[in-house]
Design a protein around this ligand. Structure first.
Ligand code: AMP
Ligand code: GLY
Length: 443
């Protein structure tokens, strides 16, 4: 059978790599893919298509057994609705269900309606009212743009001055480049929550949910969690902060009511549902945000540990028969820790530079995999555009370039294994954090 993964980041490389390991899968097309999915040619094939209509045409013509959507943008644009209308099997949420991520205002109102624990908030389109709210509540306080911003539209303001500046930017100059929703620019201002974060991601078919292994992401660019937010500079799985008790509470108080609420409101959630948790000192999880997709780089570490056949599981989820997986073996995980270190381009996150040559990539080993994100294989032939004889050079082509992912018996050994490989890889201006996993090492 043939599968299709929509997207071209590290998450999609990991999805395609795992899907291709299914005994039932011969080829996984990745649209548009990246340099890493081009290097893994054989089972993986890059497909230079990004338009939803053209992807559906391809899936129909090539009899694609399952399409899996990686990023939020095509989901928010309704790619799942389009495929379903044409009878094409696809795993992901509809446009309506994807509002849990695409509109923070929708997500907050939904959580309020269904009693799902989260920070108190207020939404503003008027800058004057937003500034007054900050004056009233003081800092620390959190300012979020209502729209998709690739993880960059959130300012955790430790001072009122930072909060005011963030409001002016998000409702004015928009230097963060937030894609505003149709009804214009809005900000959500939130209560600051103290605690430790974890990524809690489940597979849902609208009725049944299967939790994936837990993970923790490192969003700041700098070691010690300082500097600007990024899409994520590294991750590890499992996250020890999610104790069995926290896990049970997250399922009962957040995931189950969310699935039930979405079904009751006529938009059953199918796809990966990602609850970003803030866990306080008493072990109470609250929802910081929902994403309607796998995290990146969480996907890389989670999928590194997944032993079950991903294609089988996601096909069941797409067809509404996830209960069969639940009643069968469930999801099986490698007991070891997976840890991924992101190597980012010079200038990331503000102005990443592209075109730097990449050298020193290690050979793939059972406990080490380099997932590519912002890379391009120059001279590589994509489907239908053979260029025989061209020299193939791997270059940087985006902000987050690679996620070097290793398995180890504990966090420390997985981190050491990943960093040893990182140090062999060379490109001009490479940035990475050598402290990924530090919260699990302290405890
Ligand atoms: P988000 O995109 O909503 O996940 O926000 C990005 C980051 O901002 C999160 O990973 C947290 O580190 C931080 N953050 C968001 N909301 C809050 C909050 N209410 N309290 C404290 N930190 C927050
Ligand atoms: N790594 C965080 C995210 O994918 O949203």
């Amino acid at each position: 059978m043939r599968a299709l993964v929509i997207g071209g980041g590290g998450r999609e490389h990991a999805l395609a790599w795992r899907l291709a390991q299914s005994a039932r899968v011969q080829t996984v097309f990745v649209a548009p893919g990246n340099g890493g999915t081009a290097l893994d040619d054989g089972p993986l094939k890059n497909l230079p298509i990004t338009q939803p209509e053209a992807l559906a045409d391809f899936a129909a013509a090539e009899k694609i057994a399952l399409t899996v959507v990686g990023p939020e943008a095509p989901l928010a644009a309704g790619v799942v609705d389009l495929f379903r209308a044409r009878g094409l099997p696809i795993f992901g949420p509809t446009k309506a269900a994807a509002q849990l991520e695409s509109s923070k205002a929708f997500a907050k109102a939904f959580m309020q309606r269904h009693g799902i624990p989260t920070a108190r908030h207020a939404t503003f389109s008027d800058a004057g009212a937003a500034h007054a709210h900050v004056e009233q509540h003081g800092a620390p306080i959190v300012i979020k743009a209502d729209g998709l911003a690739a993880g960059k539209g959130v300012v955790v303001a430790m001072t009122a001055a930072e909060a005011h500046a963030a409001i002016d930017d998000m409702l004015g100059a928009n230097t963060l480049g937030v894609a505003h929703n149709a009804d214009g620019a809005r900000v959500v201002i939130e209560e600051f929550m103290a605690g430790e974060e974890a990524s809690f991601i489940v597979i849902a078919d609208g009725k049944t949910v299967l939790p994936l292994a837990t993970s923790q992401d490192h969003k700041r660019i700098g070691e010690g969690d300082i500097g600007p937010n990024t899409g994520g500079m590294g991750a590890y799985s499992p996250a020890p902060v999610v104790t069995p008790n926290v896990h049970a509470r997250a399922m009962q108080e957040i995931v189950q009511p969310t699935l039930a609420g979405m079904a009751a409101e006529g938009m059953p959630f199918t796809g990966f549902l990602y609850a970003g948790l803030m866990i306080d000192a008493q072990g109470r999880p609250r929802t910081m945000e929902f994403n309607c997709r796998l995290g990146d780089p969480e996907a890389q570490v989670i999928l590194m540990r997944l032993k079950s056949d991903l294609f089988e599981v996601l096909l069941h989820a797409a067809l509404g028969t996830l209960d069969q997986v639940e009643k069968g073996a469930g999801l099986e995980w490698d007991r070891r820790t997976a840890l991924g270190v992101v190597m980012a381009a010079a200038g990331y996150p503000a102005r990443p530079r592209s075109g730097d040559a990449i050298a020193g990539l290690p050979a793939e080993q059972p406990d080490l995999k380099v997932f590519h994100a912002g890379t391009a294989l120059q001279g590589a032939a994509a489907v239908g555009e053979g260029r025989p004889g061209a020299a193939r050079t791997l270059v940087t082509n985006g902000g987050r370039v690679l996620c070097v992912t290793a398995l180890g018996d504990n966090v420390r050994s997985a981190q050491a294994r990943a960093l040893a490989a990182v140090r062999e890889i060379r490109f001009a201006g490479a940035q990475w954090r050598s402290d990924i996993g530090h919260r699990a090492l302290k405890s």
